[in-house]
Each structure stands twice: as C-alpha cells, then as structure tokens.
Ligand binder design. Structure first.
Ligand SMILES: *[C@@H]1O[C@H](CO)[C@@H](O)[C@H](O)[C@H]1NC(C)=O
Ligand SMILES: *[C@@H]1O[C@H](CO)[C@@H](O)[C@H](O)[C@H]1NC(C)=O
Length: 339
C-alpha cells in the first residue's frame, strides 16, 4: 500500500539517490565494501592501529591480548578496546594513503602506530622500544645548485615555498679523500624542508608548514606508564641480546622513503637533527593524523643501528623479529591504558 501511495516523482528521486549513492561508493570503495564499512562503524568509535608490514602485524594477530571480531576479518578487538588494524606496506606514500583511508572511512578516535626502526642514538641499544615525542619527514628537500652555499637563497625561497631553517646535508663533507686533500662535490647540498599541511579545521587551500610533528600530549603522558614493562631478550634459544631491552621515551624520530644502512648518514641525522629512531613510515602517519586532528602516538623498536654498527651486515636480519614482538608488546600495553 505504501508504495502505490507514493507519487511517481518521489519514487524517481529515491531511485536517483540510490543510484547516486552506489556510484559514489563505487568511486572510492566497492559498494559491497562500503556497506561493510558502514556496518562496522555502528560499533565505533575505534582506535586505529597502523602497522607497516606483515612481519610486524603477525605478532599482534598472534598476541593472546588480541581477539578477532567474528563478523569481519578487518575488525579486531584487543582486550576491551575495539580497534581497526590496517597494514600500510612499505614507505611514506603507502602509509600516508592508508592512514587517510582509515580516518576517512572508519569512525576512529585516535591512532596507535608501531613497528621497527634503525637506531641513531648512542645512548640506546638494539631491542629498546622507543616512543618519540616528535617526528619529522626527512625526505623533502630543496637541492641546491653547485657553487651556491649557505649564504645563498634557495630557489623559490622568497615565495615562502622553501627554507634554510632546518639545515643541509653537504655531499662534499662525505667525499673520501687522501689525507689533507679537499674537494667540492657536484651534488652540492640538499636542504631539509617542512611539509605543507592543510588542517581540516584550517582555511581551505591555506597552507601551514610542519617539520617536527608532535605526538598527542595525552597519549605521550600516558606512555610514561610503559617504562616499567619487561621486554623479551632472546630471538630464540641461542641468540639473545647482551642486556634486557627497555622502553625509552625519547625526543625525536624521523622517516623517509629510504632504508638507512649508512653510518655517515646516520651520524648526520643524529648530529644535525638529534633523532633516535629512523624509519620509513611514521612521519607520514603523524602528518595525516595532524591534518585530520586525530590523536596519534608511535612505538618503534630498534632492530638495527642504521649502518652505524660494527657488524658486517645490518643487524635487522637477526633482530627484526624480536624487535617486532617487543613493539607489539608495548603497543598492546598502551592500548590497554586507553581502555
Ligand atoms: C658545501 O660544501 C662546499 C664545498 O666545501 C661549499 O662551497 C658550500 O658552501 C657548502 N654548502 C653548504 C650548504 O654548507
Ligand atoms: C637463532 O637465531 C639466529 C639468528 O637468526 C640463527 O642464526 C640461529 O640459527 C637460530 N638458532 C636456532 C636454535 O634456531
């Protein structure tokens, strides 16, 4: 009866709306997935858990604190806290896009990111789990022409597009020369640049700049409670770290789409920017969270010395699995604190 009572115009409108909604859903996400997402969101809000790679996600899925939701493979519950876990894949582009999709599609109240990292900090050891206060993307550069120096303005600097504020890596400082020799380098210098950010609560198309992106104040204060966690020491029955690793809240971490296994560059990142953890994703997650106004924190365990060790090969080959397990242990304890 209700159907026949409807005017033809109203029916038409309903049909058009349904078609339009389906078309919109198809544009970004298949309709069936978008229906599933809407269904999942009825259980929200969730905590978003952003994980770089499979070997970092596996130990979380195996953790006794984790129980998968019955209905959907992508909805998971850690302890009493409902979480959506996403795996980004390697690098800044993947992690930025995945974090944006997570925040766009799901009802997410905050983000916990975890993974492994290289260590540039002589005060810490392989296996330690860091929680940096600030993150920078160190892969956005202005590459200065040969012959120009620190006193020369960069291309487009006067527009406010680029700055000399964060310093430069000068390739000639790293040329291998016989004692007493001096040499320039045609690669000259790259100057580190802040990202342009467009906060969702800002003026549209009006940029701000961000180099050191802070984690959420409340999350960071809470993370103090993690310092007493006892972490695993051994990869297996025969390979163990010399000392038991610890949780360390530190000042800085940095990320770029480059795997650092180079002592000279590690030394530069440490002396020039004061970083501890070096990875390939966190700053992208931090920047997207900042633009969207979502609280964010990252836990990164140190799997290697980023090229600064005396071992013949990168230590991650031996310690990555242990580091990943410890990163999961700390991230899960943090999620419980939010409980
Ligand atoms: C880089 O080194 C070259 C050669 O020593 C020097 O001329 C130039 O000014 C340096 N640039 C910066 C940014 O330090
Ligand atoms: C333990 O791990 C190390 C490093 O990966 C490996 O060389 C060694 O064979 C492993 N030992 C056992 C008993 O699995």
């Amino acid at each position: 009866m209700a159907d026949t009572a409807r005017s033809p115009a109203a029916t038409m409108l309903t049909l058009l709306l349904v078609v339009a909604a389906a078309a919109v859903a198809e544009a970004a996400v298949p309709a069936i997935a978008s229906q599933a997402v809407r269904h999942v969101n009825r259980w929200g809000p969730f905590l978003g858990v952003v994980v770089p790679n499979g070997f970092e996600m596996e130990p979380l899925l195996r953790s006794p604190d984790f129980s998968p939701a019955k209905e959907l493979p992508y909805l998971d519950v850690a302890g009493e806290k409902k979480v959506i876990i996403v795996m980004t894949g390697l690098g800044m582009l993947n992690s930025g896009v995945t974090t944006q999709l997570l925040l766009t599609l799901f009802d997410v109240e905050g983000i916990v990111h975890f993974g492994i990292a290289g260590n540039a900090d002589p005060n810490l050891h392989i296996g330690d789990v860091t929680i940096p206060r600030y993150w920078a993307h160190t892969g956005l550069w202005n590459w200065q022409r040969y012959g120009a120096g620190p006193e020369n303005e960069l291309a487009l600097e006067s527009n406010g597009d680029y700055t000399r504020k964060y310093g430069a890596l000068n390739f000639s400082d790293y040329t291998v020369l016989a004692a007493g020799e001096k040499s320039g380098n045609l690669l000259n210098s790259v100057w580190y640049q802040p990202e342009e950010v467009f906060p969702t609560n800002g003026t549209p198309e009006s940029r701000r700049h961000a180099f050191w992106v802070p984690v959420d104040d409340r999350y960071y204060r809470l993370s103090k409670n993690l310092e007493s966690i006892t972490l695993e020491r051994c990869v297996n029955a025969t390979t163990c770290l010399a000392r038991r690793p610890a949780v360390a809240r530190v000042e800085r971490g940095c990320s770029a789409s480059a795997f650092v296994d180079n002592a000279a560059y590690r030394g530069f990142l440490r002396s020039r920017l004061g970083v501890t953890a070096i990875d390939m994703e966190t700053a992208a997650v931090a920047l997207v969270a900042a633009q969207q106004g979502a609280p964010f924190i990252a836990v990164r365990s140190l799997s290697d010395l980023a090229g600064g060790g005396s071992a013949e090969s990168n230590e991650a080959g031996v310690f990555a699995a242990l580091a990943a397990r410890n990163a999961v242990a700390v991230a899960v304890e943090f999620i419980k604190l939010l409980g």
